[in-house]
Design a protein around this ligand. Sequence first.
Ligand code: M6R
Length: 607
Amino acid sequence: MCGIVGYIGKRQALPIGLAGLETLEYRGYDSAGFAICNPGRVTLVKQVGYVQQLKDKIENQNIAGNLCILHTRWATHGTPNEVNAHPHHDCAGRVYLVHNGIIENYKELKNYLGQRGHAFISETDTEVMPHLIEELLKDENDFKTALFNALKMIEGTYAFAIINKEDPHTLYAARLSSPLVIGVGNEENFLASDPSALIESTRKVIYLKDGEVAEMTKDSIVITDLDQRPTPLKVEQLEWTLEQAQKGNFPHFMLKEIFEGPEVVKAAIQGRLKPREHLVKLGGLELAQKRLNAMRRLIILACGTSYYAGLVGEYIFEEIAGIPTEVHFASEFRYREEPFEPGTVALAISQSGETADTLAALRKAKKAGLLTLGLVNVVGSTIARETDAGVYNHAGPEIGVASTKAFLSQLTTLILMALYVSKKRGAFHTALMQELMEIPKKIQSILDASEQIQQLAATYATHSNFLFLGRRYNYPVALEGALKLKEISYIHAEGYGAGEMKHGPIAMVGPDFPTIAVVPSNSVSDKMYSNIQEIKARRGPMIAVATEGDEHISSLADHVLYIPKTLEPLEPLLSIVPLQLFAYYMGTKRGYNVDRPRNLAKSVTVE
Ligand code: M6R
């Protein structure tokens, strides 16, 4: 979704700001802009399209200034065009700001301000804010007071970066339910909606909390609540490295991140899994030990790929820990009228830790008095901070819009969590712990054979429809495989539980409608073979993801992608990898920019 960058300091602001904005491109956007302040003058430039086009527009211009705010916009209110792009400003050209979030009462405010002579030029909700500040400045000629009063009048969600032309030494920022992080420098300070934009400049960060306002100069940062009461500064260290946020030798972040699979599994288990001692150590859950001991039911809340990881988690928690588990789309859970039994625990899964629906679902669970846990990748994100206890993925920044390595990391961590809470310890649990240690090597062997998948994608690149089938642990893998293909190659793909296939989807099957069956050798493979035969009988092309050594499958399927043998609960960690690679190669073969798929945003911070 939209991205914000800000800079105030000793250096020229624009090159630093634009570099930060480029690192946010992965989040998805349709236009970009900036406002740069030089004493007495603000230069405003906006452009539809990519940051590179914005840079081309100002080529050979010397735009100086030490204070700058920049934005990438993912349209919500009003079409993507230059007028609607941020920054927005007031009538007099004194107040400039960029905004993430939605001002819900903008229509009322626009009416009120219109009656008081303000002229609006855009269709956005954001534009009311600079005009509101301008209006309040008429009564109270103090910028700060006007800003704080305006913040109190707006309803909705926001992350703002704000410039007052008459004060070229101060950058203001405010946050409510939309992330903002301050980067602390030496005679310079930075602002961004996503920590990845700061990695190149500083590792010292301060996460703004809801209802906080920051007043930043090059040498100082003051944070207050909306009543201007100061809050203490908590400077934290960013763990991510610059290398993690760069493509290296890979053509796309998506491919790099798929190839990071073995590393992210290792990072998730490192220091946590101790098979010899039959132990899993998760410091973040110890905080909630007493209430976890009383857990009788688990509800998992998530969206998109994290939801599919949650579906695998349902099987994992039930089989490994014996805990009844159910998974909800966060967007549905938030509007349900569901009674909760005592001992119910809610687990929010989110790579970004900022997904609006997951956050709202989590808040609902919290309000109902449930113990709330988080499984989050981005350290310091809102979901991570609002849960009672939790576990980080430590997968490093995921830049590709299509979630790949985070999924593997989520699956690994869910197994650890289930082992951690399980009161049972039998041979099965020991075997799982030992086998989990082998998974990185096994993923690597699939990656080493990626060329076969590339060739397969070349064969199927012109097809317009795919069916993905799986059972038990591999049913969510089928759903996730279909989602990946849709997102990256814009091919219609349906994921189904293989047993459900004859209840409808089989009507679509025919020579032009290939099926990908996820059929490792396990407790349900015989059932899968029958489903595959039903499809073959209708002349549907068949690609199977199967276990090495399965000779029967080659007589059933047209193409087989082999994965190493593992224990059934761990199969998704292997079976998803060929599907991620298949989606990647299909997307690139069809000529799409797989790192920035159309209409999608990396972090969905609106409902
Ligand atoms: O950051 P989150 O894990 O909360 O994001 C959830 C979904 O928005 C995300 O997984 C989305 O579905 C991805 N585009 C999947 O590739």
